[in-house]
Design a protein around this ligand. Structure first.
Ligand code: NAD
Length: 365
């Protein structure tokens, strides 16, 4: 199979879809990998490293020429969609719900497309789960960003001038990103607590050395490790408990999400006003509306004495490892789609079927 790796066109994107070790793996399986010149530069991988791994660094048109699978991190800009060869498969985080016109254009041009957001959360597809691999890194980076924005240090420190108490961190939403935020804040020396509407995660939170904030009679387990939306009275109890806890903490990381819904609102402006001056909230749900009322996607705002960070590009801020994990997700997907080396797109397959958003000239998202 001929595989092309694109240089990302989205503004500020530093990841690359495949790293040199991923190229080496695919070349060993008999595939030919063309990498657009400069594709890995922002993530720390120069063209020479891809060539040493058995890939070929080419200008864009040459990399795309004859390509059967085209790998990207984000959806390529519109002009680039016009250059993709008919019959090829484009794979990436294509944001299918916001990309109607791009998907229609791909369908018209006879390009197939798979959205990495649509990998099913099943055991079989775990190795392909890019949302989880990227969310883990986002949780880690969120704790670091928050720590760096605080006017205090996180660990307890004993000095000749006296002892500094450890900071208190609170993580709301203990899924993939939340658990990494908890682990990172703990490693930095904070005293960590966490809350989630799925009581099953309590043990995981405690095993990371954090305490679990209990809210009686709230249990919103949904399917596949996701939460369900809360009813009005549950939401009221959650807000009261979160609000009371916020007054005592220095660093908050919010990661609550319910798939397909706007981010649950868990921190109001009034709750922020009750927090300690100098405290910091990092809102990972900024892109879907924010868990905090004042969050602005892609911006850092001050609300009273509190800094609210709405960064939406956290995986791209650790581009080397984010690319490495994303590339492994893609390699696992290609191995699934082409077990004998030839690409087969079977809409009846539980993984391919869930991920295909454009197939055989039709938008199927
Ligand atoms: P996840 O589904 O694994 O975890 C979300 C958790 O939120 C679940 O454990 C769920 O039970 C919990 N939850 C739902 N409603 C809640 C509520 N009302 N109160 C408390 N907890 C609640 O998701 P994830 O993969 O960890 O991603 C978390 C968020 O981070 C998502 O919004 C995702 O889009 C975002 N994200 C942001 C970036 C970035 O750069 N900012 C990068 C990656 C992911």
């Amino acid at each position: 199979m001929r595989i092309a790796v694109l240089r990302e066109t989205a503004r500020g994107e530093r990841r690359v879809a495949l790293t040199p070790d991923g190229v080496a793996r695919l070349v060993k399986q008999g595939h030919e990998v063309g990498v657009e010149r400069g594709a890995g530069e922002a993530a720390g991988f120069l063209d020479g490293a891809f060539e040493a791994a058995g890939g070929v660094a080419r200008e864009r048109a040459a990399a795309l020429d004859g390509a059967e699978a085209i790998l990207a991190v984000q959806r390529p800009e519109d002009a680039l969609l016009e250059a993709l060869p008919a019959g090829a498969l484009l794979v990436g985080l294509l944001q299918p719900y916001q990309a109607g016109h791009a998907l229609r254009r791909l369908a018209e041009r006879g390009v197939h497309a798979m959205a990495m957001e649509r990998v099913p959360r099943t055991t079989r597809a775990q190795a392909m789960d890019a949302l989880s691999s990227q969310a883990s890194l986002a949780g880690y980076k969120a704790a670091l960003l928050g720590a760096a924005a605080l006017p205090r240090i996180l660990p307890m420190m004993t000095t000749a001038a006296g002892t500094l108490a450890p900071a208190k961190a609170f993580v709301v939403g203990a899924g993939v990103a939340g658990l990494q935020a908890i682990a990172t804040a703990r490693r930095l020396g904070a005293v960590v607590s966490a809350f989630d509407v799925r009581p099953v995660v309590k043990e995981q939170v405690q095993s990371l050395g954090a305490s679990f904030v209990e809210v009686p009679a709230v249990a919103a387990d949904g399917a596949g490790g996701y939460a369900k939306e809360l009813g009005a009275s549950e939401q009221e109890r959650v807000l009261a408990a979160v609000g009371a806890h916020l007054r005592e903490v220095d660093l908050v990381v919010t990661t609550a999400q319910v798939p397909g819904r706007p981010a649950p609102r868990l921190v109001t402006a009034a709750m922020l006003a009750s927090m300690r001056a100098g405290s910091v909230l990092v809102d990972l749900a900024a892109e879907t509306g924010g868990n905090c009322e004042v969050t602005r996607a892609g911006e850092t705002v001050r609300a009273g004495g509190v800094t609210v960070i709405g960064a939406v590009d956290l995986p791209s801020r650790v581009p080397l490892h984010a690319s490495q994990l994303y590339g492994r997700n893609l390699s696992a997907l290609l191995a699934h789609l082409a077990p004998q080396g030839t690409l087969a797109l079977d809409p009846a397959d539980e993984i391919a079927g869930a991920m295909l958003v454009v197939h055989a000239g039709k938008v199927v998202a």
